[in-house]
Write a protein that binds this ligand. Structure first.
Ligand code: ADP
Ligand code: ASP
Ligand code: MG
Length: 411
């Protein structure tokens, strides 16, 4: 007998029929003799709808009350799934995040899980109950309800699997696995049989919404065997594992992208020793997340610093820097909206020089201008015009042969 954690995302529990179908997937594991903990998201677009309700009352609602509101979505699903299981003759009990012992740091809206007290779940499992836990939520030390960030139900599932030392964590979603890129945008995207934790972490951090980045982090740190698979079809999904031994001959494993990126350039701020640290500590103090940073000297000899931020943060970034204009002593601030980040990821890059050059050549041949670049051992990110994003992804996907079935792939 094993212990399995199953997670069903919003679309997979988006209607009564889908909840009933999810119940059959849970029961199939129970019939195999497994103990099962199920983690669910809010039904369909419920979380978006709740966000929209709040925005009709306030443009800047209290984060505490937002968490109170958003956590109701998952609470609907846990009770309905339990009823569906009970109707089919199986004993099941629903638990909110805090009833399940999920403790978080004291942050609203994007809290990290700090600990899970598993005693209650263990007891319920030992009584042969199916335990259904609300994803995306936990409780702070001060007994406040906190959410884990959008998409955070994945993290609830993996963290529970780690804490319970589950044999497996299955993420059931609306695509049959992790693809070489988002299959909703690129028709030739191909499902991967396996991917390493490191590659998946990069893809998730760089915009591939199929897994919450912190879920991958948990899986990597606690060696949780993870499978991403379809809630509708029975086919095998994608295994996320330590070392993706398969498809070694692929230098690039996948392509991630995100839109709504903007670039801010601070021009002519003199080359005082501490300017760089002052700019970024000022932005950090105001909770503005900066992504790519480039420091350069213009042809006139004017030093400049460019950085990218989410477009929703650009005005705030400019306002904050303007407030400190005197201290920073720059000449002017420029900005450009309507950009996107396109990244190629693959652990094969470590031992293959020239991948960046190949990427730039492919984009240049498509007349796509690269505005910013950032690299790590296993990824290369470029900032380009948002209007060219999908074309860039499609072209890179083809150029790096991601659409081709690979010889030597592990089955
Ligand atoms: P869930 O509600 O089940 O958590 P999400 O919408 O959060 O589902 O994640 C699944 C979606 O992730 C897919 O519908 C797909 O559009 C998107 N996605 C982005 N990148 C990838 C990728 N590389 N492989 C598969 N899906 C991806
Ligand atoms: N319901 C939350 C969201 O829509 C959490 C999740 O689905 O993982 O972001
Ligand atoms: Mg998700």
């Amino acid at each position: 007998m094993g212990l399995i954690v199953q997670k069903f995302g919003g679309t997979s529990v988006g209607s009564i029929e889908r909840i009933q179908h999810a119940a059959t997937r849970v029961i199939a594991e129970v019939q195999q003799g497994n103990q099962v903990v199920v983690v669910v998201s809010a039904m369909g677009k419920t979380t978006d709808e709740l966000v929209s309700l709040a925005s009709q009352i306030s443009s800047n609602p209290s984060k505490r009350e937002m968490d109170m509101l958003l956590t109701t979505g998952e609470q609907i699903t846990i009770s309905l799934l339990c009823m569906a299981l009970q109707e089919k003759g199986y004993e099941a009990i629903s638990l909110t995040g805090w009833q399940a012992g999920i403790e978080t740091e004291t942050v609203h809206g994007n809290a990290r899980i700090t600990n899970i007290e598993t005693e209650r779940i263990q007891k319920l499992l030992n009584k042969d109950l199916i335990v259904v836990v609300a994803g995306f939520q936990g409780m702070t030390e001060e007994k406040e309800i906190a959410t884990l960030g959008r998409g955070g139900s994945d993290t609830t599932a993996v963290a529970l699997a780690a804490a319970l030392q589950a044999d497996k964590c299955d993420i059931y979603t609306d695509v049959p696995g992790v693809f070489t890129t988002d299959p909703r945008y690129v028709k030739s995207a191909r499902k991967l049989k396996a991917i390493s934790y490191d590659e998946m972490l990069e893809l998730a951090n760089l915009g591939a919404g199929v897994l919450h980045p912190r879920a991958v982090e948990f899986a990597k740190n606690h060696h949780v065997p993870l499978e991403v698979r379809s809630s509708m079809e029975l086919e095998k999904g994608t295994i996320v594992e330590e070392e993706a031994s398969m498809e070694q001959n692929l230098i690039v494993r996948g392509i991630a992208f995100e839109d709504n990126v903007s670039r801010v350039t601070v021009v002519g701020m003199g080359d005082r020793l501490h300017t760089l640290s002052t700019i970024f500590s000022t932005l950090a103090k105001h909770h503005i997340n900066v992504d790519i940073i480039i420091q350069s000297a213009l042809s006139t000899g004017e030093p400049s610093i460019s950085f990218s931020v989410k477009t929703e943060d650009v005005q705030n970034a400019i306002d904050v820097l303007s407030r400190y204009a005197e201290k920073l002593g720059y000449e002017r601030i420029e900005h450009e909206k309507g950009l996107a980040k396109v990244s190629i990821v693959g652990s094969g890059m470590i031992s293959n020089p020239g991948v960046a050059a190949d990427m730039f050549e492919v984009l240049a041949n498509e007349q796509i201008e690269v505005k910013m670049v950032s690299t790590s051992e296993i990824k290369i990110s470029t900032v380009i015009k948002q209007a060219e994003m999908v074309r860039a992804v499609e072209t890179l996907h083809q150029a790096f042969q991601l659409d081709a079935e690979v010889v030597g792939a592990k089955s």
